[in-house]
Ligand binder design. Structure first.
Ligand code: SME
Length: 156
């Protein structure tokens, strides 16, 4: 049986091989959200990207995702996604109800992880947001695996 760290390695390879050389950013994000959701199933209740809006550089706008209806826009500094975009650091939140300013797009969410995505110049281009209906659904293995995948997204 494949353990979670090994599954992340397989998923990382799969995403990189599909998106390698692709010039469309949308195609890259759509591919990653689909492969991640397929690999991890129900634990990944909402899996997708919020992109830094080039017209409003301190605001995130929803990008490709798998799941229920997401909020369209999130200002930097608001909620878990806004905290990740502003700080540039992954946010691993075991209980979203205890997170100050959490944005409840879907009240079924109980825990989440949000990982910044940087472009080739190191600038934050987006965040990967994964929400779960389970409590404490994510751990440092998820964090390491998702950070490795995000490091590839705009660079392979
Ligand atoms: N969970 C996010 C909001 C986006 S959605 O739930 C799809 C947050 O608090 O940043």
């Amino acid at each position: 049986m494949t353990n979670k760290a090994e599954l992340y390695q397989d998923v990382r390879k799969q995403i990189a091989s599909v998106i390698a050389g692709e010039t469309s950013i949308t195609a890259r994000y759509a591919t990653a959200s689909c492969i991640l959701r397929d690999a991890f199933g129900e634990r990944f209740y909402w899996t997708g990207f919020y992109l830094v809006d080039p017209l409003k550089p301190t605001e995130l706008v929803v990008g490709p995702y798998q799941g229920t209806l997401g909020c369209l826009r999130i200002p930097f500094g608001r909620g878990v996604c806004g905290a990740a975009a502003q700080s540039g650091e992954t946010q691993l939140v075991e209980d979203v109800h205890a997170f100050p300013g959490h944005i409840a797009c879907d009240s079924a969410t109980n825990s989440e992880i949000v990982v910044p995505v940087r472009d080739g110049a190191g600038k934050i281009a987006a965040v990967l947001d994964i929400d779960s209906t389970q409590a404490s659904a994510f751990d440092t293995i998820d964090q390491t695996g998702l950070e490795a995948i995000c490091a590839d997204l705009l660079t392979v």
